[in-house]
Write a protein that binds this ligand. Structure first.
Ligand code: ADP
Ligand code: TRP
Length: 322
């Protein structure tokens, strides 16, 4: 059975880009694979240095996954920092990673271009991510397109390590779904927690309405035909609509007579209906955070049993076990 692994940063509230590109797929895969799903709080720390906020976001991310249907009995579900072996492996891998490999990271260059003042953690972020993946012998890593290069870096690190020490690591493959590779935010750029353009999964209803009605469109008048492939509202509608709803909306776009305001209203209705049952379920966890922490700690204990096995192999190979 394939081992599927992916993580998400609690650097802000989780949004519908995270949901469709990663969370929903992971939740579906818990039934057909050995699933490893975790909240990468050490990664989030590279851009968020506010203890209270990091703690709050981490708990919220855990509640989101549980409310959306991740079953901790069926998979490995934990908070990254609760398995400290990952930071040990990160150091060992760092000593086997050339600076050149990290210098080529698009994600690092992007963040700097957007004005983030880089710390060393941001620079070595891909090494921690490689440790995340290699520690658990993952075969498949479901992610959005922005993470492709990070998985390639992981493969590079693993291959050169194996070349030196023998077959220690499993070589992972990314799994990217082209049709949801990049989900646009309300401004049409990639939706991201850090770009201020995200629609949160559990956004309160008033602000959800405000955001959906504020999605950027061109100024084609109501009666004129519109191009669905260039429209942010349509791109989001596609994620929630059934085939018939989608075909109908597409026809109305091409024919003209349906304005963007109308399309936004219909999108809002679909989104609200879609997440309604999950909202109800989330309330149960919101009322019992101690139970959520208990679930996460249990998950970490179970995950550590896997981590120590790989770490021992690595330590034996590099000569720091006696
Ligand atoms: P963010 O950019 O919001 O901080 P993360 O980097 O934590 O999101 O991403 C978590 C997962 O969600 C990754 O697999 C990433 O590829 C995916 N993802 C995030 N935003 C989008 C998006 N707008 N479209 C497609 N996938 C996305
Ligand atoms: N870098 C990933 C992101 O921002 C999060 C992440 C950390 C991850 N470790 C991982 C994803 C391991 C997949 C596997 O989305």
């Amino acid at each position: 059975m394939a081992r599927v692994l992916s993580g998400i940063q609690p650097s802000g509230a989780l949004h519908i880009g995270n949901y469709f590109a990663m969370m929903k797929r992971m939740i579906e895969m818990q039934h057909k694979s050995e699933l490893f799903c975790f909240i990468v709080n050490y990664h989030a720390m590279t851009s968020l240095q506010d203890g209270a906020e990091l703690k709050r976001n981490t708990l919220n991310a855990a509640m989101d996954f549980l409310a959306l249907g991740l079953d901790p009995e069926k998979c490995y579900f934990w908070i990254q920092s609760d398995v400290p072996e990952v930071t040990e492996l990160t150091w060992i891998l760092s000593c086997h990673t050339s600076l050149g490999l990290l210098e080529r990271s698009h994600s690092y260059k992007d963040k700097i271009a957007r004005g983030l003042v880089p710390n060393t953690g941001l620079y070595t972020y891909p090494v921690l991510m490689a440790a995340d993946i290699l520690l658990y012998d993952a075969n498949i890593v479901p992610v959005g397109k922005d993470q492709k290069q990070h998985i390639e870096i992981t493969r590079d690190i693993a291959q050169s390590f194996n070349h030196k020490y023998g077959e220690i690591f499993v070589i992972p493959e990314e799994e990217i779904q082209e049709e949801i590779a990049v989900i646009p935010g309300v401004d049409g750029e990639k939706m991201s927690k850090s770009y201020g353009n995200a629609i949160e999964i559990f956004e309160d209803e008033k602000s959800l309405k405000k955001k959906v009605m504020g999605i950027v469109t061109d100024s084609t008048p109501v009666e004129e035909p519109k191009d669905p492939s260039k429209c942010n509202v349509f791109a989001l509608y596609k994620l929630f609509a059934s085939d018939t709803q989608l075909a109908d909306m597409k026809e109305r776009y091409l024919k003209g007579g349906t304005g963007y305001g109308q399309a936004k209203k219909e999108l809002l209705e679909l989104m609200t209906e879609y997440f309604r049952p999950y909202r109800e379920k989330r309330k149960i966890f919101e009322n019992d955070p101690a139970e959520v922490y208990r679930i996460m700690k249990n998950g970490a204990d179970k995950t550590r049993e896997v981590a120590v096995v790989t770490l021992k192999k690595v330590k034996d190979a590099v000569g720091i076990n006696y």
